[in-house]
Write a protein that binds this ligand. Structure first.
Ligand SMILES: Cc1ncc(COP(=O)(O)O)c(C=O)c1O
Length: 396
């Protein structure tokens, strides 16, 4: 039985509203998305599948518009973390194959059956959970195999028990996969090669026990860029979908390995507007803690965005924004809902002007990597936390 309370709490996520009316909004470039899908598609053989990982609101970009966009431009599969995300895709009318990468418990397994989602089994407990929720075992399963990341995954010495249970209960196992621990943070890939080798050993063991795997897959973005031998039947591309490189080390490795340059285009443009402009006299302070003091008469523009919107406090006195195609630095502390920038050298900046927090304006760009450096984090986290709840719109 589907629990109506649980199911009814899942709503289709808002695809678009009128962004220009809000305090901040996100514009998604369809051209960039098409370009990125084409880049990864070109790496694959005609039979290999491309999964775009759209979990966590498509890394902050907006799950439904991105999912529709990538399927429209040729992706085959969608990867989500939870059954609830998969249900949202179905409620939005998306029919492409969806794999739930995270665990599924009780009601989630039943919902996966109802909404035609493939799920991941990563342990004997997960397998038992699946069977108690769905004794007739109708939901297709991908086994997640532990190969050295020691996150989610079936340990090698559990494989025999799991295979036996699968054969006894006729669970439809369609795929098996693993995830690399150390492929984007390094230019030395022996550990990843070891994980790949362990994956093949586990797949062979499953086959020997009578559980052949039709669809093995291991590659995230970095693996897809660097190592064709990790593709097997499908690649699972997350960050690359959004036009971002997993890391500098991946870029360096691609050059070291002589890979053809991959021209990825960032998809996200995060915008706000100037709510107010005031002139602050030389020697006065700006913001909480008086961490910024002017050394000239300074035009300060106030933006209705802050750390509640995923614009972190660590951007204080550090990050740049773009106003009328010119860089304007954050001055003083980023507050919960407001941020101040210096527009003294942009004399035509006016209240109501759009401000780019992330993305391009004219010849200037604020990149996710620049912002990540200000915050001591990675580009993944910057985009994933951007403006939760703000409208997202795919622009041609
Ligand atoms: C199992 C799995 N596959 C693929 C990905 C995509 O990784 P990337 O964004 O580096 O491409 C993730 C991301 O966390 C993941 O957990």
């Amino acid at each position: 039985m589907v629990n109506p309370m649980t199911e009814s709490t899942i709503q289709p996520s808002p695809e678009s509203s009128v962004p220009e009316n809000g305090n901040c909004w996100i514009e998604l470039s369809k051209r960039a998305l098409d370009n990125n899908i084409a880049m990864f598609r070109k790496l694959l053989s005609p039979t290999q599948k491309l999964m775009c990982v759209v979990k966590s609101n498509a890394y902050g970009h907006g799950m439904v518009p991105i999912a529709k966009g990538v399927i429209g431009s040729g992706a085959d599969w969608l990867g989500v973390f939870s059954v609830e995300e998969g249900v949202q895709l179905r409620l939005a009318g998306i029919e492409a194959p969806v794999l739930v990468l995270g665990p599924s418990f009780g009601i989630q397994v039943t919902l996966a059956a109802k909404y035609c989602l493939d799920i991941t089994i990563a342990s004997l407990t997960g397998l038992n959970e699946y069977l108690s929720a769905l004794p007739r075992a109708t939901v297709p399963v991908h086994l997640k195999l532990e190969t050295g990341t020691h996150r989610q995954g079936i340990m090698y010495d559990e494989i025999d028990d799991i295979a036996r249970r699968i054969l006894d209960t006729q669970i439809p196992v369609v795929g098996a996969y693993t995830h690399y621990a150390d492929i984007e943070d390094t230019t030395e890939h022996a550990f990843a090669a070891g994980q790949r080798a362990q994956f093949e050993i586990s797949i062979s063991r499953l086959k020997a026990l009578g559980v052949p795997i039709a669809m093995p897959h291991t590659a995230c973005t970095a693996a897809a860029i660097l190592f064709p031998n990790t593709y097997f039947e499908m690649v699972r591309v997350g960050i690359g979908t959004y036009g971002l490189w997993p890391s500098k080390a991946t870029n360096v490795s691609a050059q070291n390995l002589g890979r053809a340059p991959l021209q990825l285009m960032p998809v996200m443009n995060w915008k706000t507007r100037i709510a107010q402009i005031k002139t602050v006299k030389s020697g006065d302070f700006v913001g909480y803690g008086r961490t910024f003091r002017t050394t000239r008469d300074t035009r300060i523009a106030i933006l209705p965005v802050g750390y509640a919107d995923g614009y972190p406090r660590s951007f204080s006195n550090a990050a740049n924004t773009l106003v009328r195609g010119m860089r304007a630095r954050v001055v003083g502390r980023v507050c919960m809902n407001l941020t101040m920038i210096d527009v003294t050298d942009i004399p035509n900046a006016t209240e109501g002007d759009a401000v780019t927090l992330l993305g391009a304006d004219g010849d200037e760009t604020v990149t996710a990597e620049q912002l990540a450096a200000c915050a001591g984090t990675i580009n993944y986290e910057i985009v994933t936390r951007a403006a939760p709840g703000a409208p997202r719109r795919l622009l041609d």
